[in-house]
Design a protein around this ligand. Structure first.
Ligand SMILES: C[S@@+](CC[C@H](N)C(=O)[O-])C[C@H]1O[C@@H](n2cnc3c(N)ncnc32)[C@H](O)[C@@H]1O
Length: 348
């Protein structure tokens, strides 16, 4: 098994999830390998530790409600020793075609498909998805990290192609509203807030999400979801996709699972899940995160049923305090009511 460095010197507040030798030994036993045709129940909530090309023919048919694909992009990148090499765009399109066509039979007629890429991979992705699916949108994620380039514009965005199999698909727009702090406090003629709400926590507007996502940071060392995977997706990004394009109990599948972000968020949000990851260490990290998700259901940046802007921790804390206070007050009222009721019974 390849090592994911646990030896690095890290700052005291560094929350990066790593694996000890004992943990690896424990989690390896939970990984599965496919060697024949499977049913959805056999792979449900499992991490398949194999080359995707070895398992494609063994996957169940018509089981996927939501397919999230975050493949290696068309750039040279080292995934814990396995290097994906940049290739001409036409070859990259052929490579996508080679697995996407085999994933199509796994999809339900009502399924949604999301495929990620950077600007270099996006053209090839569009070319392939247009052949097979109904392309609904291209989301641009401003990921706000990465080195500045001296002779080019800093590469600061990723694309996420949103497709469906048919015109019959789930889209829960109310579940993915964004809570924005209001700067310009416009009011109507009677002085009432226009499109925003004055609350005890501050002045906010709840907006419907657009196809540009500027509220999501790449996981970094002080975030509890962070690992050493070079291209780990943020839980908040997966939460938007899973909440919008699936319902509780639906099956979410990820053929390039990495360290398990899709599986972890699906689990936190009450969906079934499965994924394939070629690298054993990454697959073990996914298992470790899945165990942690049993205790910790929070998704950073998603609180109280809404998505919050970047750098809004203070506002989220204030809302949490008010929600907790309201819950306490409700409990106290209920217990008072039951005391009074039992006294009344006594008096009768
Ligand atoms: C872009 S990363 C996915 C990261 C993931 N979304 C996460 O948040 O952790 C792509 C992953 O695909 C894996 N991979 C590459 N080729 C593969 C193959 N043929 N079969 C299965 N996994 C593969 C790599 O090891 C890498 O972890």
């Amino acid at each position: 098994m390849k090592e994911l460095s646990t030896e690095k010197k890290r700052a005291p507040r560094n929350k990066t999830i790593t694996l000890t030798e004992e943990e690896k030994f424990f989690y390896i036993k939970e990984l599965i390998k496919l060697s024949g045709q499977t049913t959805p129940t056999q792979i449900e909530n499992k991490t398949i530790n194999q080359d995707l090309f070895e398992v494609l023919e063994f996957l169940p048919k018509g089981f996927v409600d939501l397919l999230f694909v975050d493949p290696p992009y068309n750039i040279t990148k080292n995934f814990n020793g396995n290097t994906f090499k940049e290739m001409p765009s036409s070859e990259y399109a052929e490579w996508i075609e080679s697995w996407i066509t085999k994933l199509i039979p796994t999809l339900k007629k009502t399924a949604s498909i999301y495929i990620c890429g950077d600007w270099k991979s996006s053209g090839a992705i569009q070319q392939v998805v247009e052949k097979h699916f109904k392309v609904r949108n291209r989301i641009t994620w401003e990921r706000e990290k990465g080195r500045g380039a001296k002779k080019n514009w800093k590469n600061n965005t990723e694309d996420i192609w949103f497709c469906t199999v048919s015109d019959d698909f789930v889209f829960n727009v109310e579940a993915v509203k964004l809570k924005k702090k209001i700067i310009a406090l416009y009011t109507n003629e009677t002085g009432e807030p226009k499109d925003w709400e004055k609350t005890e926590e501050g002045d906010f507007r709840l907006t419907y999400p657009s196809n540009i996502w500027t509220d999501i940071s790449i996981p970094f060392w002080s975030m509890p979801e962070n690992t050493d995977h070079p291209t780990q997706k943020p839980e908040k990004l997966l939460a938007k996709i899973i909440l919008a394009s699936s319902n509780k109990g639906d099956f979410v599948f990820d053929p390039f699972l990495g360290v398990g972000t899709t599986a972890v968020v699906a689990k936190k949000l009450g969906r079934k899940f499965a994924g394939v990851e070629i690298d054993e260490a990454y697959a073990c990290l996914a298992q470790k995160r899945l165990h942690e998700a049993e205790k910790e259901k929070a998704i950073q940046g998603y609180y109280d049923g809404v998505f919050w802007e970047r750098n809004s921790t203070k506002d989220q804390k204030e809302t949490k305090r008010l929600v907790e206070r309201a819950t306490m007050m409700k409990k106290t009222r209920l217990s008072l009511k039951s005391t009074i009721t039992s006294k009344n019974i006594f008096l009768l």
